[in-house]
Design a protein around this ligand. Structure first.
Ligand code: GLU
Length: 459
């Protein structure tokens, strides 16, 4: 994303030069990592106004230090499948930045996982976690293991092997993993069981997203999706708009997507489409969430089963075309780069009013530019999907104090956090000369908090 207003102020020039120098070195030092380059570029370009105002960040080498993970762990994950054959996957944990708290971020099991993906996610997590106002640093992990089609026993054996190595690098005050794509309550349970066995102690705060019967927080499953809708609701409210009566398209059908749909419906919207990695469903009567939850969460089946139960609905193969469905609000909640320039142009042509990113980096840089150029309200991922990790931090707080809050208490705190993130982002955008640009506002608000802590802690 380009900074539109060029000024000849020497401090701005120095800041732009500094950003370009750091971007160049990121490209050189991390070849073949396109997603990591993309995440760093999108973020650093928007920090120019902050570096102009506070040039001491340049003197302290803050950007050079931010783009270099504090620690990267890559490891072998051997396991045996149900046929007794030995399989080997690759595991990662990137401990990116610990300026404001222990590393915190999810674990993703998906065949696309590699160093670039884990680094882009870990980098984004630094800013997202800072925005929540909770004391958590940035980290991320995962494996190229494909959970699709694996038996429960295979999932358990793989996950235990993954944790056997990971356990050496994490702890409630060191690094606290959680779920992400392919990792939910079942996998977190197996990981926790293995960690407990290896450690010989019940350290509840080592992982979040646990079952509520053994230290998990109520409302954690709902948090990311609810949080996305709470954030978009604030963004709409600022323009005198709301979800009431709006047509919404939500990609994905994991917990982010399902609970974004649930909250949007609660606020009076009609959600007409959602997807999985094979295709998407369109139901002009509004998606029946009871059926969808049963298919995706309970039975872990493919989304096309939906049309067996709702013969009026349609199923289409390939997910990309989901963005050609006319809607007022689009919530990309599936995965990175799922919404490109072509998709953005279609959404704009169909009159979309607002975008809320529930997934991590779902829009390409070109797509974001198109939304900005057409004055589509745009809620960037680092803010809009921060609700999940925010409630993870609340889970850590409950674990430390050995208490558990009710669903309503956690949901109310989540709602307040999302309102606060929106306010912080709006204020930072205004203060740094780009009113209404939430990409700039979000990145700067998240950055300042971390950068100031880094300055105070020295090199
Ligand atoms: N994986 C989630 C995210 O992208 C949640 C991380 C967490 O709860 O630690 O923010």
């Amino acid at each position: 994303m380009a900074i539109k207003e060029k000024t000849i102020h020497p401090q701005t020039q120095a800041a732009e030069k500094y950003v370009q120098k750091v971007l160049e070195s990121v490209r050189e030092r991390n070849p073949h990592e396109p997603e990591f380059h993309q995440a760093v570029k999108e973020t650093l370009l928007s920090l120019v106004p902050a570096l102009t105002k506070k040039p001491e960040y340049i003197d302290h080498g803050i950007l050079e230090r931010l783009v270099e993970p504090e620690r990267v762990i890559s490891f072998q994950v051997p396991w045996t499948d149900d046929q007794g054959r030995v399989q080997v996957n690759r595991g990662f944990r990137v401990q990116f930045n610990s300026a404001i708290g222990p590393y915190k971020g999810g674990i993703r099991f998906h065949p696309s996982v590699n160093a670039s993906i884990v680094k882009f996610l870990g980098f984004e997590q630094i800013f997202k976690n800072s925005l929540t106002g909770q004391p958590i640093g940035g980290g991320k992990g995962g494996s190229d293991f494909d959970p699709k089609g694996k038996s429960d026993q295979e999932i358990m054996r793989f996950t235990q092997s993954f944790m056997t190595e990971l356990s050496k690098h994490i702890g409630p005050d060191v690094d606290v993993p959680a779920g992400d794509i392919g990792v939910s309550a079942r996998e977190i349970g197996y990981m926790f069981g293995q960690y407990k066995k290896l450690r010989g102690a019940y350290e509840a705060g080592v992982l979040t997203g646990k079952g509520p019967n053994y230290g998990g927080s109520l409302a954690r499953t709902e948090a990311t999706g609810y949080g996305t809708v709470y954030f978009v609701e604030e963004m709409l409210k600022a323009k005198g708009l709301s979800f009431e009566g709006k047509t919404v398209v939500v990609s994905g059908s994991g917990n982010v997507s399902i609970f974004a749909m649930e909250k949007a419906q609660e606020l009076g919207a009609k959600v007409v489409a959602c997807s999985d990695s094979s295709g998407y469903i369109y139901d002009e009567n509004g998606i029946d969430l009871g059926t969808l939850k049963q298919i995706k969460m309970e039975n872990k089946e493919r989304i096309n089963i939906y049309i067996d139960k709702h013969p009026d609905a349609y199923y289409f193969e390939e997910c990309k075309n989901i963005w050609s469905i006319p809607c007022d609000i689009a919530l990309p909640c599936a995965t990175q780069n799922e919404l490109d320039g072509d998709s953005a142009r279609k959404l704009v042509a169909n009159g979309v009013a607002a975008i809320g990113e529930g997934a991590n980096m779902p829009s390409t840089i070109e797509a974001i530019d198109i939304f900005h150029n057409h004055e589509v309200l745009f809620a960037p991922a680092k803010a809009a999907n921060a609700g999940g990790v925010a409630v993870s931090a609340l889970e850590m707080a409950q674990n430390s104090s050995r208490i558990s809050w009710t669903f309503e208490e956690v949901d109310a705190q989540l709602h307040e956090i999302m309102i606060d993130i929106h306010e912080k982002s709006v204020n930072a955008a205004k203060e740094y000369g780009h009113p209404g640009n939430l990409v700039i506002g979000t990145n700067i608000a998240g950055f300042i908090n971390v950068a100031d802590a880094m300055v105070m802690q020295g090199v």
